[in-house]
Structure formats: C-alpha cells, structure tokens
Ligand binder design. Structure first.
Ligand code: HH2
Length: 276
C-alpha cells in the first residue's frame, strides 16, 4: 500500500507520523505557540529533526465551537510556512477546507490536501482534481466545528462513519482523483461523543477491512483522552502516545500527532514488538 502525493510516493508498510503545525492563535492544544512564520518554520524543522514523516500545516482551528478565519487571513498564515516547509525534504500537507487556500498551496507544490470537510466546500473537489499527483485526506465530520457538538446521534457510529468515507471516496474518485492519492480519516472528536471515539478505536479493524484505502487517525491531546485520564490538554502526552499506538495496532497507516519525538520512539518499539 502507498499514498501518492505531489513529490513523494509514501510507502505505508511502516506507520507514518504526521506532525501537526498549527499556525493559529486559537488551536485547542497549541494555539498561539507558532503564529509567526518564523516560529512555525522553526517548529517544522524541529518536527522533522524528531522524525516526522509528514508535516501538516493549518491556519484554522477546528476545535468544537471554533469559528473559521477569513480566507485571506488563513492564506496569510499558512502559505509562507508551506513555502519554507517544502524545502525540508518531507511531504508537506495543508490542513484546509478552503478552495482558495488549497489552490494557492497546490500552486506552491504542496504534497497533500488534508480536509476535515472532505472536499465538500464548493470548488474544493475541482481544485484538487486539477493537480493529478497531489494526495488528499478525506475526514468524517458532521456540520461545522461551531455546531458539530449538537450532531452526535448515531445508531452505529462505526458503520455510519464507514458509510460516509466509502461514499465520499467514491464521489472523489468519480471526479477523476485516482484511488492511490486518497487516505481516509474517521475524524476523532468531530461531531462525536467520547463513546463514539472509543468505538471507532476499538472497532477500527472493521473500518480498515471495509475501506479500500488506508486510514489516517488523529487522537493527539483530544478531549476523550482528557476524560479517560483526568489530564489537562498540556498533560496528555502519555495518553496521546498510547492512543497512537492503539490506532496503529488496529491498522491505521498514518497518525497525526503534536508530540513527534515520543510517538516516533514508541512506534519503533511497537514495530520491533508487533510489526511485520
Ligand atoms: N484534527 C484536527 C485538525 N485537523 N485533520 C485530520 N485529518 N484528522 C484530525 O483528526 C484532525 C485534523 C484538530 O486538531 P488540532 O489541529 O490539533 O487542533 P485545532 O483544530 O484546534 O487547530
């Protein structure tokens, strides 16, 4: 299995670590830590030195209740960082739902578009389809971050999220995006209660078996881990590493994390103990 992206054909035989770079004042875990271009680029360099396989650069906080920045503001946050990150020798992903930001990032040569709205904003799908090599991550969410906490009724969350991802992948492929460019994500914490997030982890194998594309999963520092451990967001390192390992153990191909060094070490041990 591999993931085709603009400059890199990512081999998914080994679990991949996607390092999070939030160029935002308000992200739930690291808002304000790297808001300037220089600080964000220094963070990119640090994550690469720590062993990140992919950098994911975002300018919009999608935490529950967040309101989206305007497009010009989002573009101004991420584009200079992407430009610099493209020189660091690893695949660079832009975490955005906004077609204008996607287009500008793709024009710079970004490798992956990671969209928590699964390319459902008008113009987003067409924009990615214009770049025949770029990778894409399609995530499950209901509604918008501002409203999603009220849209959490599921009969069977694993089946329903799987249905959504299968359908969305089919729609995206019908628009001309070939399968090996696509990775799917159940959207931990997006329009889900803690029990839904845990069902998606415990029964993740069902989803992996059902979907024909690899899974990317983001548990890092999220609320369900706070609930399980009683820890504040800045104290969820051990919980996040445990969740990343569990996700990989249940078949995830890529884990999206804030704490790259610890996750990379843990995965090395997991690989030696449990990997192929
Ligand atoms: N989670 C967040 C943002 N983007 N993308 C994917 N594919 N999967 C995720 O689980 C995911 C995501 C939220 O985390 P973070 O970026 O740390 O926070 P914020 O949205 O507040 O910036």
């Amino acid at each position: 299995m591999h993931w085709q992206t603009t400059r890199f054909r990512i081999d998914l035989c080994r679990p991949q670590v996607m390092g999070i770079v939030n160029v935002t004042p308000d992200s739930f875990a690291d808002g304000g830590c790297h808001v300037t271009t220089a600080a964000a680029l220094a963070h990119c360099e640090r994550l690469v030195a720590e062993g990140a396989d992919i950098l994911d650069i975002g300018g919009e906080s999608t935490r529950p209740g967040a309101t989206a920045p305007d497009t010009a503001q989002e573009a101004a946050r991420v584009l200079p960082v992407i430009e610099g990150a493209l020189r660091l020798g690893v695949p660079v992903s832009v975490d955005t739902s906004e077609p204008k930001v996607m287009r500008a990032a793709l024009a710079l040569g970004v490798d992956i578009v990671n969209d928590v709205r699964a390319l459902r904003r008008p113009g987003a799908l067409a924009c990615v389809a214009e770049y025949p090599a770029a990778g894409v991550c399609l995530m499950h969410m209901r509604g918008e971050p501002a409203t999603m906490s009220a849209q959490v009724d599921y009969d069977d969350v694993v089946v329903e999220v799987g249905d959504f991802l299968a359908e969305r992948a089919a729609q995206v492929m019908a628009a001309g995006i070939v399968a090996d460019r696509i990775v799917l994500d159940p959207g931990i914490g997006f329009a889900k209660r803690p029990e839904h997030n845990l069902a998606l982890l415990r029964r993740q194998r069902e989803m992996v078996a059902r979907l024909s594309r690899p899974l990317l999963v983001g548990w890092s520092r999220k609320g369900t881990l706070g609930l399980l451990t009683g820890r504040a967001v800045q104290d969820r390192l051990a919980a996040s590493v445990a969740a990343a390992l569990a996700a990989v153990h249940h078949g995830a191909a890529v884990v999206r994390v804030h704490d790259v060094a610890a996750t990379v070490d843990a995965l090395k041990v997991w690989q030696a103990a449990c990997g192929d």
